[in-house]
Design a protein around this ligand. Structure first.
Ligand SMILES: *Cc1c(COP(=O)(O)O)cnc(C)c1O
Length: 348
């Protein structure tokens, strides 16, 4: 099927909104086109009284320079959340189409599917949380999903999916394969970004919310082929990324050495935390992680979760996820925070 055939008919036929800044790209002396106020009332480095660039051009140039994701192929979203929602709205007919997930995985896929009235089928990961490629292929054949989500490294399990496995599934899948690399910075695995260039049905997602320390700025990135790119641009809110967010994101991207130091710090702390956790009585198992968090099987997740909370420490209780009985997901924090966690666990 072509990309257009995979898309919803109303999206292919969409007459998109075009804003003033779409029609005029140069620099003018007087802007009387968008009903803005002529000045701002606050100190801000930039024209905060003006509508932002719908293309996020400067930010995408920096994303190309620093992250190596081609300018022409990227879209910036209001977090990856927006990208996920856009994919459902572009490809999945409500009440008719389905998506395929590997489970357990990031909860947002299912939520956005439900909001869009899209059915979700789950291919269980193995007990060690590996992708069962044959099962996935079988489920692709049987359920004919419009979207197949692969999260690598995966949340909440922390493990990565090998590049070759991703490639094999993406090649087999005749619909859209979405590769979510939210935690890629912490991993040693090769990025799927070159798959996007080889295969027009692959969409890559990244975010500045994790390694880049900008969760509150809400900057998610999609890399995709031309037709999907066009549809995403037409379907997203025209001004989905505000100037304060893109300004701060540009600062972070121009400071990438600091970010790489931070990633190294987190990776070292991750290894230290693994050792410390393994020596705790309450810990049954620490799963291998390529991300900035650890999935930890404990003796009694529900009570330990509450006891940690009483000591001012919040972790994520994932014990009701598939194959995650008694599992907590614990973010790798600062050295001090990690020590506090270990001390609290020791007191239980
Ligand atoms: C945190 C996370 C994201 C990031 O979402 P944003 O909306 O960009 O903050 C995306 N995917 C996964 C799997 C995540 O865990």
């Amino acid at each position: 099927m072509s990309i257009e055939e995979l898309m919803r008919d109303n999206i292919v036929a969409l007459e998109p909104y075009r804003c003033a800044r779409d029609e005029f790209e140069g620099v003018a002396e007087v802007y009387l086109d968008a009903n803005e106020y002529w000045r701002s009332y606050i100190d801000f480095p930039g024209d905060i009284n003006r509508y932002p660039d719908p293309r996020s051009s400067l930010l995408r140039k920096a994303i190309d320079d620093v992250l190596g994701l081609d300018y022409d192929m990227t879209i910036v979203g209001n977090g990856s959340d927006e990208i996920i929602d856009l994919l459902f709205r572009i490809f999945c007919n409500p009440g008719k189409d389905s998506a395929l997930l590997m489970g357990p995985t990031y909860g947002a896929y299912k939520v956005f599917a439900s909001i869009n009235d899209v059915k979700v089928n789950v291919a269980p990961l193995t007990e060690e949380f590996a992708v069962d490629v044959n099962l996935v292929k079988k489920m692709i054949d049987e359920t004919k999903p419009k979207l197949v989500f692969l999260c690598s490294p995966n949340n909440p399990t922390g493990n990565k999916i090998d590049y070759d496995t991703i490639k094999e599934i993406a090649t087999y899948n005749q619909a859209i394969t979405v590769v979510d690399e939210a935690y890629w910075d912490f991993s040693s695995e090769r990025s799927a970004s070159d798959l996007v260039k080889e295969n027009e049905r692959v969409v890559l997602m990244r975010t500045l919310s994790k390694a880049w320390g900008l969760a509150s700025a809400r900057i998610g990135i999609a890399m995709c082929s031309k037709k999907i790119h066009e549809a995403m641009y037409n379907v997203k809110y025209p001004y989905n990324v505000g100037l304060p967010s893109s300004t701060e994101a540009l600062k972070a991207l121009s400071n990438s050495d600091k970010v790489r130091e931070g990633v190294e710090y987190t990776k070292k702390e991750r290894e230290r935390l693994v050792k410390l956790l393994k020596s705790c009585d309450k810990v049954v198992k620490v799963y291998p992680s390529d991300a900035n968090f650890l999935l930890v099987k404990v003796t009694d997740a529900d009570s330990i979760y509450i006891e940690l909370q009483k000591r001012g420490i919040v972790v994520r209780n994932r014990s009701r996820e598939l194959n995650c009985a008694n599992c907590l997901r614990i973010t790798v924090g600062s050295r001090e925070e990690n020590d506090r966690l270990i001390k609290a666990l020791g007191e239980l």
